[in-house]
Design a protein around this ligand. Structure first.
Ligand code: NAD
Length: 433
């Protein structure tokens, strides 16, 4: 496929690795485009009887290390470039945390808020029917992403089961409880991001301070991160969603804000309770741009890609940026932040908690036996702690930014797997003996 837009920007992250002798020329060539991108047209019978057709995609970027793994996004701005870029990031991410998966991603160009629940169910089932030939527990395994959730994963897994004529629970992760879903999956991305941040802060000798944090994006990943960070002693001073931002210097209570947002559909201070005394809390309203420019210790990006580009990068004042969203900083802005000495904890490490617990769900589905939430959290912490330490250590020994260190860790592992089947050097007679 033509390499354009977001995919071209994402692939720019491979450039610093191009002279690394540990990554063979074969591996570089194979990683410079997706293995397979399937486009499907999904007819949807609307509630009023009319017919609409929606375009969807599934990109399998690389499956050398195992079946493809990656979420499905519903959004009116989804494009083939975006899906392919997201599948590239999944490939790198699964290797960074050493999961036996390749990378994939899917999406439908649709505004789900314009559909009824029944229309949404028919569309989700239609997506699976259209892609039956490429999905499967050992082929390509979807999961939730922006605007998809466990209910939608449940419909999709059920559609696959009906087509297969038997249970195949490991075909999709992020399913509801009772349908093979894993405990701990919903909060896993936020939990993992906080663990990575904690390790980083400890390494910087800042463990006992109460860093001031601003969080862009208050959806599944951003909310759970903010809630757990607040509980762990971080001061969450600002939160935004697509409609605007709120700020309070003394700190916000993310759980109270979440509860209020579910009632009123917009961000406000919420009601805080101390002992038995509860009161409405006053907050400042900010624009989304103002939140990005706040003078905080840590800026957390948990919304969508390209939140920070060369147009607004100069306004960023936080010395540390945690990427929970995929690709929230474009390549040009990333270079500018690095040149200014800003520490960017990259998406391919920081948001890997979700896919780590997705892997645990897949393992449980295949075993037919299930672990407690405590056991899931323990396994998540063990894998992520080990792999984050390796990335942070590598950044020191190779004297390079965290993103390059993480990419090097992931791409080296993919290259080893690719080289295991023979490289140009091998087939040209050089066996390395
Ligand atoms: P979500 O749809 O639940 O939440 C997205 C949030 O971002 C919403 O609150 C939305 O209002 C907000 N938002 C959108 N545009 C914004 C803007 N311009 N300014 C401020 N807020 C804005 O999605 P999610 O599952 O939380 O995913 C968020 C990001 O994290 C995505 O990039 C996704 O790929 C990534 N991610 C999610 C998971 C997961 O397990 N949920 C795992 C890995 C990566």
């Amino acid at each position: 496929m033509a390499i354009n837009g977001l995919l071209a920007d994402a692939l720019a992250n491979l450039k610093p690795l191009m002279d690394d002798e540990r990554i063979s020329e074969d591996a570089r060539r194979r990683l410079s485009q997706p293995n397979r991108v399937v486009e499907v047209e999904i007819p949807l019978r609307m509630d009023n009887g009319s017919l609409k057709v929606f375009t969807g995609w599934r990109s399998l970027y690389d499956n050398t290390r195992g079946p493809g793994k990656g979420g499905i996004r519903y959004h009116p701005s989804v494009t083939v470039d975006e899906v392919a870029a997201l599948s590239f990031w999944m490939t790198v991410k699964c290797a960074v945390v050493d999961l036996p998966f390749g990378g994939a991603k899917g999406g439908i160009c649709v505004d789900p808020k314009q559909l009824s629940r029944l229309e949404l169910e028919r569309l989700s089932r239609g997506y699976i029917r259209a892609l039956l030939d490429v999905l499967g527990p050992d082929r390509d395994i979807p999961a939730p992403d922006v605007n998809t959730n466990e209910t939608i994963m449940g419909w999709m897994a059920d559609e696959y089961r009906q087509a297969a004529g038997r249970h195949q629970r490991a075909v999709i992760t992020g399913k509801p409880p009772g349908h093979g879903g894993s405990l701990g999956r919903t909060a896993a991305t936020g939990r993992g991001a906080l663990q990575v941040l904690d390790i980083w802060e400890r390494r910087q000798g800042r463990a006992d301070q109460r860093p001031r944090v601003a969080v862009q994006g208050f959806g599944n990943a951003g909310f759970h991160f903010a809630r757990l960070a607040h509980d762990a002693g971080y001061r969450v001073v600002a939160i935004s969603d697509s409609r605007g931002a709120i700020h309070r210097d003394d700190g916000l209570d993310p759980l109270a804000i979440w509860d209020r947002k579910r009632e009123s559909m917009h961000l406000s201070g919420g009601v805080y309770c101390q002992d038995s005394v509860c009161a409405e809390v006053e907050v400042d309203q900010l624009t989304n741009d103002e939140l990005l420019a706040l003078d905080v210790d840590i800026l957390v990006l948990a919304a969508l890609e390209n939140a920070v580009t060369e147009k607004n990068v100069d306004s960023i004042r936080a010395p540390t940026v945690l990427e929970i969203a995929n690709g929230p900083i474009n390549h040009a802005a990333d270079r500018m932040l690095t040149a200014r000495g800003v520490d960017v904890i990259p998406d391919v490490l920081a948001n890997s908690g979700g896919v780590i617990v997705s892997h645990l769900e897949w393992v449980q589905n295949r075993m037919g036996d299930y672990w407690s939430e405590k056991e899931i959290d323990r396994r998540l912490a063990e894998r992520l702690g080990e792999q984050a330490d390796l990335v942070f250590e590598r950044a020191v020994t190779e004297n390079e930014p965290l993103r390059s260190a993480a990419y090097r860790q992931g791409i080296e592992r993919i290259a080893i797997a690719m080289d295991g089947l023979g490289t140009e050097r091998y087939f040209c007679g050089d066996t390395g003996a």
